[in-house]
Write a new protein. Structure first.
Length: 256
């Protein structure tokens, strides 16, 4: 099995990488560990059994360069994990995505009463005072080749506006995690720790250390593939997929 050495592997399509991303993060234990580490300073605020899949499916209206979205419901909130490779104008893109998300929530409430509304004005007018929305909490997982150089808040997109004006318009911040910053995160979930550690090694092109880590840490196939997506190493992705095929095709005998 080749890892990071083959230069002839055809570059994987974005669709293939998106499938790997969604399969990996759809597991509640991984999703909860990410939320707790990044949003709640490592505190055990969100438990895997408290999360459920969002019922709106994939976000077909995801704008711009936002590659992949995984959504989970828990604690009366919707947590949205967005994987991206391009940081351009991200606060604006998320603001637009959240607006669509809140509109969809309102429409679902109305559908429950047998009302179908599409226009925003009609939707807002039909809501009742006792209707309750779930807050949408975004987490942006950036795995571009270069360190993040985009804005992390709406105000950063308006450096030309006088400070006194910037002080009085509402800001919109994003919760950002960079795949290449593994040393800054300590996950209680082994799969996450393995994924970020492998990705960091692959970013640095430390091939021998990647080999050694895969051998010594009993890394799962989807973990290796996800680390490859993070680091944009097609050969590491393929190695993870091959590991999966080996396990399915011939079981433990293939790994003796």
């Amino acid at each position: 099995m080749s890892i990071l050495k083959s230069k002839d592997i055809k570059r994987l399509t974005t669709t293939r990488k998106d499938e790997i991303f969604k399969k990996f993060w759809n597991q509640n234990d991984r999703f909860a560990s990410l939320l707790n580490t990044v949003l709640f300073e490592g505190k055990d605020m969100i438990r895997p059994e408290e999360l459920s899949d969002s019922n709106d499916g994939e976000n077909a209206e995801t704008p711009g360069e936002m590659n992949t979205v995984v959504k989970k419901i828990g604690h009366e909130a919707e947590f949205v994990l967005t994987g991206i490779e391009d940081p351009r104008d991200m606060p604006l893109q998320l603001l637009y995505q959240d607006s669509l998300g809140y509109l969809k929530e309102c429409q679902e409430i109305l559908k429950g009463r047998g009302e179908n509304k599409d226009d925003m004005d009609d939707v807002l007018e039909a809501l009742h005072e006792e209707d309750r929305l779930k807050p949408i909490i975004n987490l942006v997982l950036y795995y571009g080749k270069e360190p993040w150089n985009g804005a992390t808040s709406l105000k950063e997109l308006f450096p030309h506006v006088p400070e006194k004006i910037r002080e009085v318009f509402p800001d919109y911040r994003i919760n950002l995690i960079q795949a290449r910053d593994a040393e800054h995160y300590h996950f209680d979930n082994k799969d996450l720790q393995d994924t970020f550690t492998l990705a960091e090694l692959a970013y640095k092109d430390e091939v021998d250390k990647v080999y050694a880590y895969l051998k010594d840490n009993k890394v799962g196939s989807d973990v290796a593939a996800m680390a490859g997506v993070f680091a944009d190493h097609d050969s590491l992705i393929e190695s993870g997929l091959e590991m999966d095929k080996d396990a399915a095709g011939c079981g433990a005998k293939c790994h003796q």
